[in-house]
Design a protein around this ligand. Structure first.
Ligand SMILES: NC(=O)C1=CN([C@@H]2O[C@H](COP(=O)(O)OP(=O)(O)OC[C@H]3O[C@@H](n4cnc5c(N)ncnc54)[C@H](O)[C@@H]3O)[C@@H](O)[C@H]2O)C=CC1
Ligand SMILES: O=C(O)C(=O)CO
Length: 341
């Protein structure tokens, strides 16, 4: 795309020019910008991932700000182009901002925004969905059924892992990791072990209170532990879910050596960022350990998967959909429903 051809313009006479590299859900953001005297240009190109060159063409000679996407490489080149065009702000429509070189933005005097906190429950719910799907072999069983292979109930058909009483391990117990941990502890009465650079006091308090509640009701209380090392989580947990940010310290956090430390029948879930796992090493591990299962929402080189992954029955793969949910808000007037999108 040498020159952007497909653009939708809102409020053509607006004083400030803001570019959105993609159409986004709803109209509230559009109205907000228009109210603030913005001429908004939304790129409506069919191409899913815009290149740096495409975005430079969109920025043009005068641009006050850009709203971009996690698929774009916001580094030196783009911040330099935005700054030359008079731009002062870049907003990443994502919680994760590993695609943004914040140092480069600072160098060119461009303020950076992201959307922390808006996807906590939806991402945790997808991680929980992948956990259940992997534990109970839902995708394999669905394929079996549709292939017409079911010829009657059998005691050993698609035996999976029962979650109750097992240990869930969370790596990165921030907003999403903590929400996921609560779902698994409260929903399935799992014990918790977590690893994070910081203590997750609220999570610990929640599990302690829930354990007391179970005990008071004559049930086995759940337990929690903050691990001193990540390897402790890998060795002890039956389910491990990854929720750290992606940065230099978490790149290939799960590699060949660490996979080998996990239980042979463990389940690994990744709804953070693909490069947190060495995906080629994961493919090898899955091949040699058929009882080890994985649920992935994110991949090392999206939109691609490493060779061999798609053929493996012990892998569940979905196309980065953790954010893709809509919320129905019931107003005080029960007859009016509002959708987030
Ligand atoms: N799949 C999807 O659609 C989505 C993915 N995400 C990803 O989830 C990530 C986490 O989001 P939040 O929970 O909101 O962020 P957060 O900042 O609340 O939590 C991240 C946690 O990771 C921990 N951490 C950082 N380095 C670590 C290390 N080396 N080892 C262990 N823990 C480490 C931090 O201390 C923090 O507690 C985002 O950065 C983003 O990449 C977020 C939203 C949707
Ligand atoms: O917001 C994020 O970080 C996402 O990955 C959205 O899907």
């Amino acid at each position: 795309m040498a020159k952007p051809v497909s653009i939708e313009v809102w409020n053509p006479s607006g004083k400030y020019r803001v570019v959105s590299t993609k159409p986004m859900p709803g109209t509230r953001w559009i109205n907000l910008l228009i109210q603030n005297d913005v001429r908004l240009e939304i790129c409506t190109e069919k191409k899913t991932i815009l290149s740096v060159e495409d975005i430079i063409a969109l920025i043009g000679d005068k641009c006050d700000g850009v709203i971009g996407q996690l698929t774009e490489d916001w580094g030196e080149e783009l911040f330099s182009a935005l700054s030359k065009a008079g731009g002062k702000a870049f907003s990443n429509m994502a919680v994760g901002y590993n695609n943004v070189d914040v140092d480069a933005a600072n160098k060119y005097g461009v303020a950076v925004g992201n959307t922390p906190g808006v996807l906590t429950e939806t991402t945790a719910e997808l991680a929980a969905s992948l956990t259940l799907a992997a534990a109970r072999r839902i995708v394999e069983a669905d394929e079996f059924m549709r292939a017409g292979l079911y010829d009657g109930w059998l005691p050993h058909l698609f035996v999976g892992n029962l979650l109750k009483g097992q240990t869930v391990g969370v790596i990165g117990a921030g907003r999403i990791g903590s929400a996921y941990a609560r779902m698994m502890v409260e929903g399935f009465k799992m014990n918790l072990i977590y690893y994070d650079l910081y203590q997750s006091t609220r999570l610990e308090k929640f599990v302690t209170a829930y354990a007391a509640f179970l005990k008071a009701n004559g049930e086995t209380p759940v337990t929690w532990k903050r691990a001193a090392t990540m390897d402790e989580v890998l060795q002890e947990a039956d389910i491990i879910s990854l929720h750290p940010v992606l940065d230099k310290t978490t790149y290939h956090l799960v590699n060949k050596e660490r996979l080998a430390k996990m239980k042979k029948e463990a389940i690994l879930i990744n709804c953070s960022r693909g490069p947190v796992i060495d995906e080629a090493a994961l493919v090898e591990h899955l091949k040699h350990n058929p009882m080890f299962r994985v649920g992935l929402d994110v991949f090392e080189e999206e939109p691609y998967m490493k060779p061999g992954l798609a053929e493996l029955k012990n892998a569940i793969v979905v196309p980065h959909i953790a954010s893709a949910s809509k919320v129905i808000i019931i107003n005080p007037n029960p007859y009016i429903k509002k959708f987030r999108y």
